[in-house]
Design a protein around this ligand. Structure first.
Ligand SMILES: C[S@@+](CC[C@H](N)C(=O)[O-])C[C@H]1O[C@@H](n2cnc3c(N)ncnc32)[C@H](O)[C@@H]1O
Length: 278
């Protein structure tokens, strides 16, 4: 079968679930990744013949996409801050907003510092920090052993050295003091579930996303309690935050004695990040 015919079938089967523009973009991503074509070849390859094995793969992918599985899990990877990051359902798929948090740190913190990434998931934050500043000494913590295995793989494949810690931040104690703590902890309230899409709700780990409606700042508080002893004086905290809870985060930081508190919008104009000095 020709690639062009595969595309027609792909478009017609997915039309009930996805808008046309998204289907075209999914098809392009799949061809670039699986058929190993480059964007310029794609246009010239419509008459290329697709093998039986490749056809079977496209059919399987169509079923998974109709089931609203994220493309990053289907391909087992995504790109984050220019790096290849392996993805699987044990960790959140790295989001573009989080690249902005990494960028903020890299542009602001030029010194030789020790960093702890709390709730590292796929390791996207810690790996991209370590990769882009060789003077950082990076540790990364997660309660999920399977997420940490993934983060370790990503550190190895991107050739960076990270100290991994398998621990629950709600009860973790340590003697080590860090210069900087960064975290994108779970921050979505259960009440926000109804606004979320099936591809997130049905596939991404609950543990990485949700907090109780009556205590949405539980992780921020635990991190600040940990930082009481484990962040140096004048050390910095960088958080990714829930856009609806920026005031509460600010008050929490003030109550823990932090100053120079800055809130920052993401590229979509949502207050998504906080930075503060101890
Ligand atoms: C929102 S995800 C962030 C993942 C990754 N840092 C990112 O930005 O894509 C939150 C992470 O916190 C971890 N986590 C949840 N509860 C935790 C706990 N009690 N202690 C440590 N980590 C926890 C989850 O396993 C998940 O990997």
């Amino acid at each position: 079968m020709k690639l062009e015919t595969v595309k027609k079938e792909f478009v017609s089967k997915l039309a009930i679930t996805y808008p046309n523009e998204e289907i075209n973009s999914l098809f392009k991503i799949l061809c670039l990744e699986y058929l190993d074509l480059c964007p310029s070849q794609l246009l010239l390859s419509k008459d290329d013949l697709i093998s039986r094995v490749q056809l079977d793969w496209f059919s399987e992918v169509i079923v998974r996409l109709l089931n609203e599985e994220p493309i990053q899990y289907i391909l087992s990877k995504t790109s984050f801050y220019g790096l290849d990051i392996k993805c699987n359902p044990s960790a959140l798929i790295p989001r573009p907003e989080t690249e902005e948090l990494v960028d903020w740190i890299l542009k602001s913190e030029k010194n030789r510092i020790s960093i702890l990434d709390i709730g590292t998931g796929s390791g996207c934050i810690s790996v991209s920090l370590a990769k882009n500043n060789k003077d950082y000494s990076v540790s990364a913590l997660d309660v999920s052993k399977s997420a940490l295995d993934l983060a370790e793989y990503n550190a190895l494949s991107n050739k960076v050295n990270i100290n991994f810690i398998n621990a629950d931040i709600l009860e973790y104690n340590s003697d080590i003091k860090y210069d900087l703590i960064v975290s994108n902890p779970p921050y979505v309230r259960n009440l926000e579930k109804k606004k979320m899409q099936n591809n997130v709700l049905n596939f991404e780990p609950e543990l990485a996303l949700f907090v109780e409606d009556n205590d949405p700042l539980v992780f921020y508080r635990a991190i600040l309690e940990f930082a009481n002893f484990n962040l140096i004086e004048k050390g910095k905290i960088y958080f990714e935050i829930n856009e609806y809870l920026f005031n509460d985060i600010k008050e929490l930081l003030i109550s823990f004695g932090y100053n120079k508190i800055e809130l920052r919008e993401d590229a979509f104009g949502k207050l998504r990040f906080a930075r503060a000095v101890k």
